[in-house]
Design a protein around this ligand. Sequence first.
Ligand SMILES: *Cc1c(COP(=O)(O)O)cnc(C)c1O
Length: 340
Amino acid sequence: MIDLRSDTVTKPSAAMRKAMAHAEVGDDVYGEDPSVNRLQAYAADLLGKEAALFMPSGTMGNLVAFLAQTRPGDSVILSAEAHPFHYESANLAMVAGLLLRTVVDPLGKMTAAQVAEQIVQTDDPHFSHTTSVCIENTSNRGGGAYYSLEEVEAIGRVCRRHGLKLHCDGARLFNAAAATNVEARYLAQPCNTVCFCLSKGLGAPVGSVLVGDSATLHHARRFRKMLGGGMRQAGILAAAGLYALEHHIADLAEDHRRAREFRLALEADGVRFCLPSPTNILYMGVTDAASVVARLAECGIRVNGRGSDAIRVVFHRDIGDADLEEAIAAFRDLAVGRGA
Ligand SMILES: *Cc1c(COP(=O)(O)O)cnc(C)c1O
């Protein structure tokens, strides 16, 4: 099977499994797991922040970031395409008690001016107070669109001017860094907190890391425990994450190259893509998504449908050049995106 559904399907390599098998461990709820502590120190340093916290998932990392920096009844500004808006089971509303003010843009991005327009900070008791902003870099539903450094800095300035916390859902922050050729810590600098996933294109089996200042991360640790995210000998998992950060970041650019080659090959045949695809995620227009997904599966290719008229194709480290060629050939044979 050539699995192009998501970069979450990546499996740990033999070398990563070896690092996991040899990981030194302790009880991380006591702060005594040396491998978790090493991962957290490494991640904080890599993103230029004071502190880091290992999380079971990106969903928990995002939620904890808001629990630690907002109060129930506050409002948060985010894109109408944002992952926390679509795919996190309404946790910001239900668990953090936040009102979501959305900005509509197909790429899942917001400009500093759009953010500024959505801020509500009046004493009039009719209104919820805006206290935070969430950007997603890169944007999942936006076809892997990224924020440039200048764009993040401009939003950061608006946030500072209004006393707002800026959180980055950086599930794929290192893809943004690869695409912009800007180090991840610069993209993180304007943000109070960033959560990035180890379990996507970086290839670890489980986990995300939340980074930020020490005081915020101190609160975050309590909220992680409250949500049941306090793990014990988590060093087995942290060792995989550390291995991924040390060895796999540089490979993300290869995923982007393969995504580009895939797109160019099919566009030459007249296939239409719905959005730009500057990183590893592509959305392709089709006439009947369910039937395309089923017919590709018969050829050993797995993709996800998006609605009834588009499919999503994601490149990742378990897809090599031979798989790329095979996928292009299958899409051509089935005329996917050209009447199919
Ligand atoms: C995958 C993803 C998450 C959530 O991560 P999980 O580990 O699956 O909970 C959050 N944001 C974005 C943009 C994602 O792609």
